[in-house]
Design a binder for this molecule. Structure first.
Ligand SMILES: [Zn+2]
Length: 433
């Protein structure tokens, strides 16, 4: 596998938490291999052999590293044997071939049996738990410090860490008005924000969005009302800006703490931050510009897919939130979202049906990467993630072209289990490797 990757031009490898189960008879229970697209690629790699990786950590957490922390890692049986064995082998084989190796490190993950213990749950403005870990969880930074020690004890030769999900999740419209959990309330109090007024402002903004009238939506779609006009007069009140600022500050505070953790533990490690794509970043409290003072590299996610993490799911859901039952066609809603988020080329689509069938254009991906480069300061510090685990091969091609044309530093390709030979060839061809 490693030889194949080197031959295809890959220069590095990312290891990290994973969970998958594939039994010898091809029955899929859990994890990414439940989808046919993975199944097909996996069989191309391993034939009829079985694979089993039902773990969250890529090591067995050492309790010593979490003695003083409120948040604790979960224990996963088997991690001490299989993961360490396989990932250590991967690490060694990669380093032997001159590749860089990064460890992927999860933050605002979904709360499941695999999430850390004693965490706060992201809660929306209506008080509903949203199944994600809240970044204002007390003691999260200490836990992350313990976790980094664990990573380095197990994989001392890594070149850097990639922090994933440093965000307030915003994948669907009901995640947009978060987080109002008790941990966030305490953090807001400590930082001097008026939590109750922010909550009221968020509620009002939710209502304003849902009741946006047809005429205003069309005016925004046609560019007659700009984003700042929208924020300033059509939507919300003064505390909405305070609420947005609180979210940005929360993320920056944690980014700074994590940077400090890395400096304390090993100052030579590269610190990368994953982020959703530039257009949607502010919805998740992420400012590329502000994060640029903490991380070496930003990794925006080119994830146009149709699952929870994908742009199409988000676009459709945001449209449904604003449109409700108003008689507005899909094309107008695309123009509305294009203006609101600055997504170049979205208005080329005329219906949701078409959006799900036609590949997104190269221009859209280039624009996302150019915005990321502009905000983060330089394209030399932008390395996007690119998903190849879905079927629209032309779209994969468009993304790769955009990476090349935008001239960013590099790209992470996610991930090997979905890499059929056809896709590996496209990567090589488009990037000129
Ligand atoms: Zn919270």
């Amino acid at each position: 596998m490693m030889n194949k990757l080197v031959e295809a031009g890959f220069k590095g490898l990312v290891i990290g938490p994973f969970s998958a189960l594939e039994d010898p008879n091809g029955r899929r229970y859990y994890g990414p291999f439940t989808e046919d697209i993975w199944h097909e690629a996996l069989r191309e790699h391993i034939g009829s052999k079985s694979i089993r990786m039902n773990l969250y950590h890529a090591f067995k957490p050492n309790p010593k590293n979490y003695e003083g922390t409120e948040v604790k890692p979960i224990h996963v049986s088997g991690a001490e044997v299989s993961d360490l064995k396989w990932f250590s082998t991967l690490l060694k084989e990669a380093k032997d071939r001159g590749m860089k190796v990064y460890y992927l490190w999860m933050l605002a993950c979904q709360i499941s049996e695999l999430a850390p213990k004693n965490v706060s749950e992201v809660t929306n403005v209506f008080g509903k738990g949203m199944d994600f870990l809240c970044l204002n969880t007390p003691g999260l930074a200490e836990y992350m410090k313990g976790y980094l020690k664990d990573i380095l004890e197990n994989y001392p030769d890594i070149d850097g860490v990639i922090v994933d999900h440093l965000e307030i999740p915003s994948y669907t419209s009901d995640l947009l008005f978060t987080c109002f959990c008790n941990a966030c309330r305490r953090t807001a109090d400590k930082l001097g924000y008026d939590f109750e007024r922010m909550k009221l402002a968020a509620l009002k903004t939710y209502r304003d969005l849902v009741y946006l009238d047809e005429k205003t939506i069309k005016k925004i779609a046609d560019g007659e009302i700009g984003f700042s006009d929208l924020l300033g007069s059509v939507i919300g009140d003064e505390y909405i800006r305070e609420w947005l600022e609180f979210r940005f500050e929360t993320i920056n505070k944690l980014a700074n703490e994590l940077r400090q953790v890395i400096i304390d533990v090993d100052p030579n490690l590269e610190f990368h931050i994953d982020a959703i794509t530039t257009s949607f970043a502010p919805c998740s409290g992420v400012s590329f510009k502000r994060l640029s003072s903490y991380a070496h590299m930003i990794n925006p996610k080119l994830y146009p897919a149709t699952d929870l993490w994908g742009w199409r799911t988000r676009i459709k859901d945001y449209i449904n939130l604003v449109r409700q039952n108003k008689p507005i066609d899909d094309a107008t809603m695309f123009r509305f979202l294009e203006k609101l988020f600055g997504i170049k080329g979205l208005s080329n689509f005329s219906s949701l049906d078409e959006l799900y069938k036609k590949p997104l254009p190269v221009e859209l991906f280039i624009n996302e990467l150019e915005k990321a480069s502009l905000l983060f300061g330089t394209k030399q510090r932008v390395r996007p993630w690119l998903r190849i685990d879905y079927a629209m091969v032309d779209e994969i091609r468009n993304m790769l072209r955009a990476v090349k044309l935008a001239g960013v530093e590099g790209v992470f390709i996610r991930n090997y289990a979905a890499a059929t030979q056809v896709k590996l060839n496209i990567v090589k061809e488009e990037l000129g490797l």
